[in-house]
Ligand binder design. Structure first.
Ligand SMILES: [Zn+2]
Length: 298
């Protein structure tokens, strides 16, 4: 069986450039002191909020929350101005139906929330700014810096709002993995965001958790574990959308597609996805703007 907790994968957190072990340790100590634990899985039967992006990781994560932990899940989908919106939305709709049938007592319809991020008024400027600093070491790991904080603060606010329907929620789940390289996908960021959530709600029972990288659960693993778990449980995650391009098929050759293909290889699971292009031998990078622009036009 695929282990969801106490599973250390092959990537060592200490080698990750987007993690700050000193800061994480300070935050862990603070939570321990403040509430007696760092984070813990909510009790079976509790209600939680989870992001449904339409990608394989968020889809698998929601399955795990229901199947392994018996949680009532309230997913949210952010319409943020993504270029592959219609494919991500189609994936969210597909799994909405799938989970509703399989877990009718635990799954709730997802809520689509319209929060453009980055702001459309400066998105082009931000792209240009990113190109200017691409050659500077680690600048790439900044991504769209406010995007994930905005997405997950919105999810938290949605969870909080459900109190109006007498649904008590104090845990929100992301599904970041050990190979995610942005600062706003890290375990350090997750803990920092958790602190922010607690402070602005004046409620230290609030938790923000990404199970695959949750060090308090003895975890730090990657896509292969999620792919294997989904395969074990007959969840057709190959129908989820990974590619950030506008093609109807997954391109197979952008960094996110490359990661997806690597995940299947490492999981030892045959990848049923149909791709538009063959897999590069080398990891494709976001720096190759010319190639990216040509691919967008084709
Ligand atoms: Zn792609």
């Amino acid at each position: 069986m695929t282990k969801i907790l106490n599973n250390i994968g092959i990537i060592d957190i200490k080698t990750k450039v987007n993690e700050d072990m000193e800061l994480l340790s300070v935050l862990d100590i603070y939570f321990e002191k403040k509430r007696g634990y760092i984070v813990k899985m909510p009790e079976k039967g509790s209600s939680v909020v989870a992001c449904l992006s339409g990608g394989q990781d968020s889809v698998t994560n929601i399955g795990i929350l229901m199947e392994e932990f018996g949680l009532h899940v309230y997913p949210f989908f952010i319409s943020r101005g993504q270029s592959n919106y219609k494919y991500e939305k189609a994936s969210a709709d597909f799994f909405d139906e799938f989970y509703k049938k399989r877990y009718p007592k635990l799954y709730n319809d997802y809520l689509e929330i319209n929060v453009p991020t980055p702001g459309t008024e400066y998105k082009d400027l931000l792209r240009e700014a990113k190109k200017k600093v691409d050659s500077i070491l680690l600048r790439h790991n900044i991504s769209y810096p406010a995007r994930n904080p905005i997405i997950f603060l919105t999810g938290m606010e949605y969870g909080y709002s459900l109190m109006a329907k007498d649904v008590k929620i104090n845990t929100i789940f992301a599904s970041h993995l050990s190979s995610d390289s942005s600062y706003h996908c890290s375990q350090t960021w997750t803990r920092l965001m958790n602190l922010l959530m607690c402070q602005i709600l004046n409620d230290y029972s609030w938790q923000f958790i990404s199970i695959p990288i949750e060090t308090a659960f003895g975890n730090y693993y990657d896509k292969d574990v999620f792919i294997k778990w989904a395969y074990d449980h007959d969840i057709p995650i190959h129908k989820a959308r990974t590619c950030v391009k506008k093609f109807d098929l997954e391109c197979g050759d952008c960094p996110t597609c490359w990661d997806r293909r690597r995940g299947y290889k490492e999981a030892g699971v045959k990848d049923p996805t149909q791709y538009k292009f063959p897999m590069s031998e080398k990891y494709p990078t976001y720096y190759d703007h010319e190639k990216e622009e040509k691919a967008e036009q084709s």
